[in-house]
Ligand binder design. Structure first.
Ligand SMILES: Cc1cc2nc3c(=O)[nH]c(=O)nc-3n(C[C@H](O)[C@H](O)[C@H](O)COP(=O)(O)OP(=O)(O)OC[C@H]3O[C@@H](n4cnc5c(N)ncnc54)[C@H](O)[C@@H]3O)c2cc1C
Length: 387
């Protein structure tokens, strides 16, 4: 067992830390207020070569893996959680192509994604099917050399800035087995952005609602042929990226705790510094305990993914990391805000933003409840045994 980061990992972390401090931190408040997608953040990631980590080298990526991607996400999420999501999106629409695409399809889309020449978005959720994605209703019907896609996808992160969409649609019968995955040109006729959301947090990355009305997609954009393995591809993608959502939580919590600590060192109450009250000191101790626990879970989960352990056999470890780290972020953001008293409630400080942003993490890419479905099933079916 080796808990040390490699030189390569440290270099990636330090690169992300520099971008976080120089590019992201100065604009974190502004991008929350304007809710405008920060192309400058994306350009900084692109220039630093941080967008190909979730894509294997043989497919045109840098192939560093999910652990270094988590390290980078943690650094940027200390200042702006949406920047962490932007890095998650370097994997989310692309891992279905990694897992489900033919070599020809991988070469068609992944090299450009890895260099940041193009951006994708991941379209699974529908108005009536979020957690219950296996029953999605969007349909793809074969028409000669094309498919016609009809249906609706909602809350799609980065949808308005995407060049291509990874769309899960039904080609066969009911349930998970009838689902296929397609890569769809985001600007093709029949693909419409109906609206974007006015969100509580993570406002820098837009979420879009798409309707597909006889959207024509070339048959060669069906990932991996007609085997209808789309749902499995979606699940492998979500499993393998669970650590990255956890990393957004770890970074957010670290940023919130660090900010509150500096403030508590300066603020006076009852003729002493706020940091001198034991009640406050113990709040910081509790934050540190939880941050360390979450970080270790996330790094271990990322390590497992990089070993190829992201199928159902290991899914519970990935769910534990996602659930714990994202819930931890909410608790730490809550306490860090409390340390500042009234000031914590004001937009003059970043803590109310961290608090709003943290809330998203327990919902996206499988809610906390859905993670518990995975974890409890593993215990009941004896994939996770303590006795
Ligand atoms: C900001 C944001 C960005 C998003 N980005 C994307 C994206 O890029 N692509 C995409 O496809 N989707 C995206 N989503 C959608 C997200 O993945 C879903 O919202 C999520 O999976 C939950 O689905 P739902 O909202 O329909 O809730 P529902 O499935 O309707 O769940 C409602 C409640 O019931 C609980 N519940 C549901 N099923 C169970 C169960 N079996 N056991 C116990 N409790 C259960 C849930 O935990 C929740 O509390 C995004 C969502 C948000 C908020």
């Amino acid at each position: 067992m080796d808990f040390e980061l490699s030189d390569e990992h440290r270099l990636i972390r330090d690169t992300a830390r520099r971008i976080a401090r120089e590019v992201i931190a100065p604009r974190a408040k502004e991008v929350d207020e304007t809710a405008e997608y920060p192309h400058d953040f994306f350009d900084a990631f692109r220039s630093a070569g941080l967008l190909g980590m979730a894509i294997p080298e043989a497919m045109g990526g840098t192939g560093n893996g999910i652990l270094p991607l988590c390290l980078a996400i943690e650094e940027v999420a200390k200042y702006e959680c949406g920047a962490g999501l932007m890095l998650v999106l370097s994997g989310l629409p692309n891992r279905p192509i990694v897992f489900g695409g033919t070599p020809e399809q991988q070469q068609r889309w992944l090299p450009a994604a890895a260099t940041g020449e193009t951006k994708g978005a991941f379209c699974l959720t529908e108005p009536d099917h979020g957690s219950d994605a296996a029953n999605l209703e969007t349909r793809a019907t074969r028409d000669g050399d094309e498919y016609l896609i009809n249906g609706n996808k909602v809350y799609i992160s980065g949808g308005t800035v995407a060049d291509y969409l990874t769309v899960f649609a039904r080609t066969g019968g009911a349930g998970a087995r009838g689902i296929s995955a397609f890569v769809v040109d985001a600007h093709a006729p029949g693909v419409h952005v109906d609206r974007t959301d006015d969100k509580m947090g993570v406002r820098s990355v837009p979420t879009a609602h798409f309707s597909f009305q006889d959207a024509r997609v070339p048959a060669e954009n069906l990932l991996g042929g007609e085997e209808e393995k789309g749902f499995n591809t979606a699940m492998l993608t979500l499993n393998s990226l669970r650590p990255t959502v956890g990393a957004r939580g770890v970074g957010l919590a670290e940023g919130a705790a660090a900010y509150a600590l500096e403030w508590a060192r300066e603020r006076k109450a009852f003729a002493s510094k706020v940091i001198d009250f034991e009640a406050i000191q113990f709040m910081f101790a509790d934050m540190a305990i939880q941050i360390e626990a979450a970080r270790n879970l996330v790094y271990k989960a990322a390590f497992l993914v990089d070993q190829g352990k992201y199928t159902r056999t290991h899914a519970h470890h990935l769910s534990i990391a996602k659930a714990y780290a994202t819930e931890m972020a909410n608790r730490v953001a809550f306490d860090a805000l409390q340390v500042l008293g009234a000031q914590g409630y004001m937009k003059d400080h970043p803590l109310e933003r961290h608090y709003r942003d943290a809330r998203q993490l327990m919902i996206v890419e499988g809610t906390s409840q859905v993670q518990r479905v995975v974890i409890s099933r593993a215990m009941i079916e004896r994939d996770l045994v303590y006795g």
